[in-house]
Design a protein around this ligand. Structure first.
Ligand code: ATP
Length: 304
């Protein structure tokens, strides 16, 4: 019971002539929040559905919660919010939770005991007895998340959990995800909202056209290319501008920008400026955004 929550040794899926997933392999550590990113059509939903036995992979080897992928007994230990989840409109939020509990074979007593706290957790306690059809998009997603937790799962898949949700609702969903991690659950989030994934995921994988093009700890990926921006008092002297540009820096007006992992590389710049009596106004360290990592990865400039 101590292996990674998900170990994909290889996963391929073809829909006729279309290759949706091609020899994808990665691991998801237990207790982590894992973000799977990729442009539309990259294969994210196909990957999740393959793990959940909703899609039959063309080729697959690996383990899910220590059992072979495809073993349906594992599903009882998993929670799932599908993309564009649609629950019967005539049911109330509370009834949706009861329906999911029944489908997951959660004993009635245990389900009833969980219902109240779960509705509280997703901020739906007061609206629990309204019908699904009157819920806003954000409320529907929250009920969707609550039903994914009714069986007390070790591993939760959330496919685009904040799709169509307003900024306040997104923050609420992020907090719910953080709470799941604090409880020791593994959370697998499919999303194309990079900023959000950057804030919540410990690990990130990027799919492009069915292939894994990047994977790593979110912090490491965004630290890979740190840029240092130095602003001088007055413009950068001409002779230095030419030299810095020749060394690969960007120089414009009073700003010098250097992309490097090593902050010590700024020292010769500072020395050269001092030698010409050029004052330094400020030096800023900027991490690469996950958006830049993503764009580099899908355009073939990633480091994986
Ligand atoms: N049932 C299916 N039959 C045929 N092709 C499919 C089927 N499901 C998905 N595809 C194709 O497989 C590819 C991957 O689709 P998938 O839905 O997994 O991508 P995604 O990354 O989840 O996209 P999105 O972000 O738009 O939801 C796409 O080209 C899609 O058209």
């Amino acid at each position: 019971m101590s292996g990674p929550a998900i170990e994909i040794e290889t996963l391929s899926k073809r829909y006729g002539a279309l290759t949706a997933l091609s020899e994808v392999a990665f691991e998801v550590p237990r207790g982590s929040v894992f973000g799977l990113l990729g442009p539309n059509g990259a294969g994210k939903s196909t990957l999740v559905k393959s793990l959940l036995t909703l899609v039959r992979p063309t080729r697959c080897a690996g383990r899910l919660l220590d059992r072979p992928i495809g073993d349906r007994r594992t599903l009882a230990r998993i929670g799932y919010l599908p993309e564009h989840a649609r629950f019967p409109d005539y049911l109330t939020g509370r009834q949706i939770l009861r329906m999911s509990a029944g489908l997951s074979k959660v004993p009635k007593k245990a389900a009833l005991a969980k219902e109240g706290p779960l509705l509280e957790r997703v901020g739906m306690a007061e609206r629990a007895d309204d019908r699904h059809q009157v819920y806003s998009k954000g409320m529907k997603q929250r009920i969707g998340i609550a039903q994914a937790l009714i069986n007390d799962p070790e591993l939760v898949f959330l496919d685009e959990p904040t799709d169509g949700v307003d900024p306040e609702g997104r923050v609420a969903i992020r907090h719910i995800i953080e709470q799941m991690r604090a409880e020791g659950r593994t959370v697998f989030v499919n999303s194309h909202l990079l900023g959000e994934v950057e804030q919540v995921a410990d690990h990130v994988a990027i799919l492009s056209q069915g292939r894994l093009v990047e994977i790593g700890r979110t912090e490491e990926l965004t630290h890979r290319k740190t840029s240092y921006q130095l602003r001088t008092i007055g413009p950068v002297p001409f002779e230095l501008k030419d030299r810095f540009q020749a060394e690969g820096m960007t120089v414009a007006g009073d700003t010098i920008e250097l992309v490097t992992e090593n902050p010590a590389e700024m020292q010769p710049v500072i020395d050269a400026l001092r030698a010409t009596d050029t004052g330094i106004r400020e030096i800023l360290e900027r991490r690469q955004s996950l958006e830049q990592v993503f764009l580099d990865a899908i355009h073939g400039k990633g480091g994986a």
